[in-house]
Design a protein around this ligand. Structure first.
Ligand code: IMP
Length: 430
């Protein structure tokens, strides 16, 4: 396999971790390039469940090098917690886990501000994960952030934390009228310990990736969230604070676009969303509830129930377009096992007109009425299917129709269960 980027095509939680895990076997370096501890990647291996928020899930393979790239906003406390959890089960990360020195830190005051801002917004609130993502990216683009490399200099770090703390305290109190219960001394003490522990991981990761690429190592770029949470192309303002699309793999890691051979879009066979914002195919009824329970649709980061609805091809067509997808990977097909009827949204009707492209205007998205095509379900357990031909005919018809509505791009895999082995390879990467 050559170099591939994996991205979500919906609102995140498409089951990317499973596909990342599958492709990691064929890669040398696994690289996170955006987002932060708002992501929650669940991997099931050897009947054990692991949830990663920051450490690339490729770490489960002992011979892989994992990188947290510059595009990530980095919560060092969370990262070290994950390192400790891995250590407790005997997985060593020494000399194979690196964090970009120019990634920006998420400090406790970013989380406080995130929560205070959300609380002040009432019905307008975004429904963030509360992990400080927006305020940390805001500091980065305002050029007032603290970078991972700053952890190397104790005095400079303390001074920068002090300035950041004062700024956020003033903002929280004056604009959001919220209590700022954090203690500067405690944060400084906490970071005196964190900085020592972080030193072995800090690296010029862009150079490390460049060198590995030059040697012919295979790179896997692990996206977080999904296309419709992208700050530019998503359902703004109900989005995260980063670009989530495939192009960001380059800016968020420091490699040029010519290095990317494949762009794989992860597509859940139905749609979910956590947090607020428009969702044209949302089912606020017993069918939505059935998708939620059969699919275990509860957030890995916040534990919130996910909103559920039918597959929306209008969205995934846009994801094909803005990511330049070369392959689709279909996940959670088994969740549809028990449905008599399965619907696919082929297009929207907005103000009496047929609409095939996902609108950028939030008012139009809010008014979009999904138009469905109904297909019969297969009503059987597919968990044991290991080849495409073993799938029931109705399942294959569903997949083919879904592909047809999404520019017919090749299908990499179909996932029929959470375990590594429950994966049907359709068109392997070259
Ligand atoms: P933030 O990224 O915490 O600021 O949250 C902004 C929006 O993105 C909220 O609707 C979150 O629920 C959503 N979000 C952030 N990360 C994820 C993710 O990994 N999966 C799904 N939704 C996410």
């Amino acid at each position: 396999m050559s170099n591939a980027v994996i991205v979500g095509t919906q609102w995140g939680d498409e089951g990317k971790a499973k596909v990342i895990d599958y492709l990691t076997e064929r890669s040398d370096l696994v690289i996170r390039f955006q987002g932060g501890a708002n992501a929650g990647h669940t991997v099931i291996a050897n009947r054990r469940k692991f949830i990663f928020h920051l450490v690339p899930s490729g770490i489960m393979y002992p011979d892989k090098v994992c990188i947290v790239g510059n595009g990530v906003v980095f919560d060092a406390e969370q990262f070290l917690k994950e390192v400790d959890e891995l250590d407790a089960v005997g997985i060593s990360v020494a000399e194979r886990l690196f964090v970009s020195d120019v990634a920006h830190l998420v400090l406790p005051y970013h989380k406080s501000l995130d929560t205070a801002r959300e609380s002040s917004m009432g019905k307008e609130k975004i429904g963030t994960t509360g992990r400080g993502i927006g305020p940390a990216y805001a500091d980065k683009v305002s050029r007032t952030g603290i970078r991972v490399g700053d952890l190397a200099d104790a005095d400079l770090l303390t001074e920068k934390i002090r300035r950041g703390f004062e700024r956020h305290r003033a903002l929280t109190a004056s604009i959001y009228k919220a209590d700022f219960s954090l203690s500067l001394d405690e944060i400084i003490d906490q970071y005196a310990v964190i900085r020592q522990r972080m030193l072995p991981y800090i690296d010029d990761t862009a150079f490390r990736i460049f060198e590995a690429y030059g040697k012919g190592n295979r790179l896997l770029f692990e996206g977080a969230q999904g296309t419709f949470l992208d700050i530019d192309h998503g359902t703004y303002p109900f989005v995260t604070s980063a670009n989530t699309i495939a192009g960001c793999a380059c800016s968020g890691s420091g490699i040029g676009p010519a290095a990317i051979d494949h762009v794989i879009g992860i597509v859940k066979t139905y749609t979910t969303r956590v947090g607020n914002g428009p969702f044209p195919t949302e089912l606020d009824n017993a069918t939505g509830e059935m998708l939620r329970t059969q699919g275990g649709e509860f957030g890995a980061t916040t534990g919130r129930s996910r909103r559920c609805g039918w597959f929306d091809s209008v969205m995934v067509r846009k994801a094909v377009q803005v990511n330049g997808l070369t392959h689709l990977a279909l996940t959670k097909l088994d969740v549809l096992n028990n449905f008599d009827e399965i619907c696919i949204c082929t297009h929207y009707e907005i103000r009496g007109k047929r609409v095939d492209q996902f609108p950028s205007n939030p008012e139009l998205i809010n008014e979009a009425l999904p138009v469905y095509e109904s297909l019969p379900g297969w009503k059987s357990d597919i968990a044991q299917c290991r080849s495409y031909d073993e799938l029931p005919a109705q399942a294959r018809i569903y997949i083919e129709r879904l592909r047809e509505l999404c520019y017919n791009i090749p299908l990499l895999i179909v996932s029929v269960g959470p375990d590594r082995t429950q994966t049907i390879e359709v068109t392997p990467l070259t």
